[in-house]
Design a protein around this ligand. Structure first.
Ligand code: GLU
Length: 337
């Protein structure tokens, strides 16, 4: 891709044609070694695509320069191969929609951001962290804050002057007072009014790093991804992403969110859950087949927990069998694998 103008980039991008088979993706952030929760979401993304004979992409989301590490990239690629989850495009597989590393796509995100600037969809936000905390309206019980829109009212000359004066700024997109919803493949209808539930959200940080929401939509749009399967912790990003897809001129994908795997203490998996760390499991002699057996059983695809290869689950995959509640994995279960 040689263009730096977003419209040109979109024009130059190959089109997938009218093939109705889905295009899905693994989108790991290489900020740590993977745990069973990542394996679970990856397996279900892979099964949903393979069941329909679609195309699977591996896209490495090494967007955060401080937290992404080459050793984690290497390891996630190795782990997916070890698990028997393959991909058609991405690292070690050629594809016409690369680069498949977000670190190599920053110019593309910048051109999308510039396109949005030209169309007045975004505005610079000069608020400091302290101001944000003080001026934002508290929202929901989960600690999410709505941006006060303080910087939205600055005129173009005021914005330009502040930028020229070197004031640090992020970029926010103006959201409409409108409901964005979708029919989730696992959870059914899910919607948000972007103005009252989310607020004007960030597309680039003050240090210039593009936000996850921008990168993921630009990538899914340009790569022709039309089936996004991922953990339920990201379901509330989907209305924002649908809005961004539409604003950038892409057709939004279908979404399927999968319940979260949790450790014995019923909290979200993290580094504390050593027993659910894939490296730890591998070192302790757990095979890929045993893990697939456990996860296939938890997904309702097997009647009992028995070792299987990932591809033996393809024919059995069925959204209707997947649970909706979070799944607790007991240490005892892992010890007995
Ligand atoms: N890179 C994100 C993560 O690892 C996933 C992004 C997505 O699936 O949209 O949490």
């Amino acid at each position: 891709m040689s263009a730096t103008n977003f419209t040109e980039i979109v024009k130059q991008t190959s089109k997938r044609g009218t093939n109705k088979k889905p295009v899905g993706r693994f989108a790991p952030s290489p900020t740590g070694y993977i745990h069973l929760g990542n394996v679970w979401a990856s397996l279900l993304a892979w099964l949903s695509v393979r069941k329909q004979g679609g195309t699977m992409i591996l896209r490495i989301e090494d967007l955060d320069p401080e937290r992404s590490k080459p050793e984690y990239i290497k390891r996630v690629i190795e782990d997916l191969k070890w698990l028997g989850l393959d991909w058609d495009e991405g690292p070690d597989a050629p594809g016409a929609y690369g680069p498949y590393f977000q670190d190599a796509r920053r110019e593309i995100y910048e051109s999308a951001l510039n396109w949005l600037k030209d169309k007045h969809h975004v505005y610079p936000c000069f608020c400091t962290r302290k101001e944000l905390r003080a001026a934002s309206a508290p929202h929901r019980e989960d600690g999410v804050y709505l941006y006060s829109e303080k910087c939205k009212s600055l005129s173009r000359p005021e914005q330009e002057e502040a930028i020229k004066a070197g004031r640090r700024h992020a970029w926010r997109i103006k959201v409409p007072d409108k409901v964005y919803g979708f029919d989730d493949l696992n959870y059914g209808w899910y919607s948000q009014n972007l103005k009252s539930d989310c607020g004007d959200f960030l597309l680039a940080r003050t240090d210039g790093v593009h936000a996850y929401q921008l990168a993921v939509v630009v990538d899914d749009g340009l790569m022709g991804v039309d089936l996004v399967v991922r953990g339920a912790d990201l379901i509330d990003s989907s209305p924002r992403q649908i809005f961004l897809h539409e604003t950038l001129g892409f057709k939004p994908p279908m979404f399927g969110h999968v319940p979260l795997l949790k450790g014995e203490d019923a909290t979200r998996l993290s580094k504390r859950h050593k027993s659910l760390d894939l490296g730890h499991l591998r070192e302790n002699g757990c095979t890929a087949e045993k893990l697939m057996g456990l996860l296939g059983y938890k997904a309702g695809l097997l009647d009992k927990m028995e070792p299987v290869k990932a591809d033996e689950l393809i024919e059995r995959f069925d959204w209707g069998k997947l649970p909706k509640e979070d799944i607790i994995i007991l240490d005892k279960t892992l010890a007995n694998l």
